[in-house]
Ligand binder design. Structure first.
Ligand SMILES: [Zn+2]
Length: 138
């Protein structure tokens, strides 16, 4: 078959054109663009604030892991959340998470701001960060 984008002849089962690098599976998405346009899931800041209390903190971990995964899908590079259970390394992880927040909010919430919010206010800080992420997703 021939590439619909550049006309180069490619294998019939090719997924990506060897000529122009574009996807041959409709949409014409350029390879390497990743999941641009994937959005952060909007969540209720009140839920982020209150659910940890009724779930004995489990929701808080869930929130950190979910938002981490979503921010990484947007190009942030936050390491595994297992670091959260390692003393000292959990500060490092929180910093990387905060850099991800800065990335996901397009710089509106700086890494330093979200780090301090979470470090000092815990779930209250998480609720504020969620509110900022919601604004960025809007
Ligand atoms: Zn092509």
């Amino acid at each position: 078959m021939y590439c619909p984008h550049c006309g180069k002849e490619v294998a019939d089962d090719a997924v990506v054109c060897v000529g122009c690098g574009r996807s041959l599976q409709g949409g014409g998405t350029k390879v390497g663009q990743g999941r641009v346009g994937s959005q952060m899931t909007r969540r209720s800041p009140a839920a982020v604030l209150l659910l940890p209390f009724v779930t004995f903190g489990i929701y808080e971990l869930y929130w950190l892991v979910r938002t981490k995964t979503e921010m990484n899908a947007q190009g942030a590079k936050i390491p595994t959340a297992w670091l959260l259970i390692v003393p000292i390394a959990n500060w490092y992880w929180l910093w990387r998470f905060s850099v991800g927040v800065q990335h996901a909010t397009g710089g509106k919430t700086s890494a330093a701001t979200s780090f301090l919010l979470y470090f000092f206010l815990s779930v209250i800080g998480a609720a504020i960060i969620q509110n900022e992420l919601n604004k960025a997703a809007a």
